[in-house]
Design a protein around this ligand. Sequence first.
Ligand SMILES: Nc1ncnc2c1ncn2[C@@H]1O[C@H](COP(=O)(O)OP(=O)(O)OP(=O)(O)O)[C@@H](O)[C@H]1O
Length: 353
Amino acid sequence: MNIAALISGGVDSAVGVHLLCEQGYKPDLFYIKIGMDTDESLSCTAEEDIELASATARKYGLKFDIVDLQKEYWENVVAYTIDKVKQGFTPNPDVMCNKLIKFGCFEKKVGYAYDQTMTGHYATTCRIDGRTWLATAKDPVKDQTDFLAQIDYLQVSKLLFPLGEYTKQEIRRIAQQVKLPSAQRKDSQGICFLGKINYNDFIRRFLGERQGDIIELETGKKLGTHKGFWFHTIGQRKGLGLSGGPYFVVDKDTTQNILYVSKGYDTEKQYGHHFKLQDFHFITCNPFTPDKEERICFKIRHTDTFHTGKLIKSEHGYLVESDQKLQGIAPGQFGVVYDAQAHLCIGSGEIRL
Ligand SMILES: Nc1ncnc2c1ncn2[C@@H]1O[C@H](COP(=O)(O)OP(=O)(O)OP(=O)(O)O)[C@@H](O)[C@H]1O
C-alpha cells in the first residue's frame, strides 16, 4: 500500500509518520505551503515548519516534497472567510481548509496517485456494514472530528488517522522517546495562515474599519462604539471595551453596523435552544429513519464536550433542538452532528438562527 503523509512540522503528524514506519510502511511526506509569498506579514512560520518536516523525513529515510497550494488556499479558504465575515457570519476556515485544500486540491494534484492519505488529526474511522465512517478520537480534549465534518465519502474512505487511539500525552511521550525533531514543539494555535498575525489585523486588512454603535438589547441604550461588526462574534465578550460588564454580543445588525449586547452571565438573551443547519452535509450517508426525530450529540464550536438533543427534519431542512441551553450560537459556525453515543461523526451544516 502506498501512503501520502501530510506533515506540518508539528509533533502530531511527525508521530503519525513514526507510527506508520513502525508498522512497516514507507510513506511519502508532503508539506503543503499555504502562506502568501508576496505578503510576508500574512505568511505562516513556513521555514521552521519545512525544516522540521524534512528532518523527520531524513530520520526515517523517506521522500519529502513541498506542495504549493497558496493560490488555491487564498482563492478558496481566504475568499470564503472574508465573504462570511462581511455578511456578519462567523466562518470556520479550518473546516474549509480540510475539505478544500488538505483533502481537496492536494488530492487532485498529488494524493490521487496514493492508496491512502495520512494526517496527524485526532480522529478515527470505522467500518460498519461495508462503509467507512468518521469517528471520534480516544482523547476527547484533542478530538478534531468537528474540523473534519465537511469532508465527503471518498475523502473519509482514503484517510488514515494513526493518532486517533492515543491521547496527546501519549503522543508527546512517543515523540520524546524516539527523539523526533519536532518533539519539543508547542501545539499550533488556530488558523494556519494566521501563523504570525492576529485575526483582527487580518480582517482589518480586507474590510477596514467602520465605526458603529454598541447598544444594550434590553434597554436600547447606547453603551459605546465599535470599529466594525466584522470584528465581533455572537457570544463573544472580549474586545468590546465596555466597563461595568461582563457584556456579551447577542445580535448584530449588519446593515446599520450595530452590535447588540447583553449584560451578565444570567441574561437569557445570550442563550438559545435551537438552530437550523443550512445545507446539511452527510459524510458517509444518512443513517436516520425518515420523518423521525433522532437523538443526537452535537457541537456548535470546537469544545471538548458534547451537547445532547434532537435532530429534526422540517420542510426547510434540518434543525437541532438542544436539551441544554446553548450560549452564543454563532451563525456561520458549523453545527456538527454525532450519533447518540458521540462516537460517529455524521455530518454538519452551517448554523442559522
Ligand atoms: N502545512 C501543512 N502541510 C501538510 N500537512 C499539514 C499542514 N498543516 C497541517 N497539516 C496536517 O493536518 C493535521 C492537523 O493539522 P493541525 O493544524 O490541526 O495541526 P496539529 O493538530 O497541531 O498537528 P501537528 O502537530 O502535526 O501540526 C496535521 O497533523 C497534518 O497532518
